[in-house]
Write a protein that binds this ligand. Structure first.
Ligand SMILES: CC(C)(COP(=O)(O)OP(=O)(O)OC[C@H]1O[C@@H](n2cnc3c(N)ncnc32)[C@H](O)[C@@H]1OP(=O)(O)O)[C@@H](O)C(=O)NCCC(=O)NCCS
Length: 241
């Protein structure tokens, strides 16, 4: 688009260094406390370690997500495709204040949960995935990110939505989440209904969710041995969902 200049200018052309454009496209990050890492004992006795994914692990995760997005049952395809774009958005710095948690057992990637901060009060839950089924790994991963939001980041509200029946059953029903009027209020994932948890409701009821689901809590005092065993991410050999 061009318009005639309203005054004389000495330089008709201005050039930009792309590093000057980047802060405008990227925005500046909020000062987020890191997820400290936690372990949890699953129903079958295995210890899952939940840690932040490392940025340099993103390309590896993307190779696996390419396979997950081809799974045509239980909505793994749509969730896989969207998670692919979110991990890439995090990697390429095109997502505002994201957090990316991975569930690991003996170095193998078994669970995923991510979200982003809309602002200091509202935490947008994006996606949760169990890469191994039957252990309630997904239930725990979702709880861990909500715990992160309310207990560590000091958020006041949690906004989620559901693409799958399993997701809706696990948390929409499982946490008895109310929803905002729709379509007046829409979640950024496709404009669906926003289900929410307030800090007050979290404190009163939801905090016991994971104890009820698997009979154990998150433990933050994690032995070095477990941390070390899960330092290097290994992809599952195949997609088993
Ligand atoms: C939603 C999700 C994260 C829940 O994970 P989860 O809590 O670990 O639960 P699972 O999906 O493994 O299992 C759900 C139930 O079906 C049973 N089940 C389903 N498939 C199973 C399988 N292949 N093997 C064993 N059990 C299975 C489980 O035992 C479980 O029953 P339970 O309630 O008695 O524990 C997971 O289903 C998932 O990743 N789905 C695809 C992505 C998705 O929909 N994400 C949420 C977007 S809203």
């Amino acid at each position: 688009m061009k318009l005639k200049t309203p005054c004389e200018v000495s330089h008709k052309t201005l050039t930009f260094d792309v590093e000057e454009i980047e802060p405008i496209l990227q925005g500046y990050p909020m000062d987020m406390k890191p997820w400290p890492g936690a372990m949890v004992t699953l129903k079958d006795g295995r210890e899952m370690y939940i840690r932040e994914a490392k940025l340099e692990e993103a390309p590896l995760m993307l190779t696996y997500l390419e396979k997950v997005m081809k799974v045509e049952h239980d909505f793994y395809d749509i969730v896989g495709a969207r998670v692919y774009s979110e991990v890439l958005g995090w990697y390429r710095k095109r997502l505002k204040d994201p957090y990316t948690l991975v569930g690991m057992i003996d170095g193998e990637w078994v669970g995923f949960a991510n979200g982003r901060l809309m602002n200091k009060d509202i935490n947008i839950s994006l996606h949760t995935m169990a890469l191994a089924r039957g252990g309630r790994i997904g239930a725990v991963m979702y709880y861990a990110k909500a715990y992160y939001g309310f207990e560590i980041l000091g958020n006041k509200e949690w906004w989620a939505t559901y693409e799958s029946y399993n997701g809706w059953m696990r948390w929409g029903v499982g946490m008895a989440q109310p929803s905002y009027p729709w379509p007046d209020v829409q979640h950024e994932l496709g404009g669906a209904r926003v289900y929410y948890v307030t800090k007050e409701y979290w404190d009163q009821a939801v905090k016991t969710y994971v104890q009820q689901m698997i009979g154990a809590d998150l433990v933050f005092d994690v032995p070095d041995k477990l941390i070390k065993a899960n330092e290097i991410m290994r992809l599952p050999e195949e997609v088993v969902v």
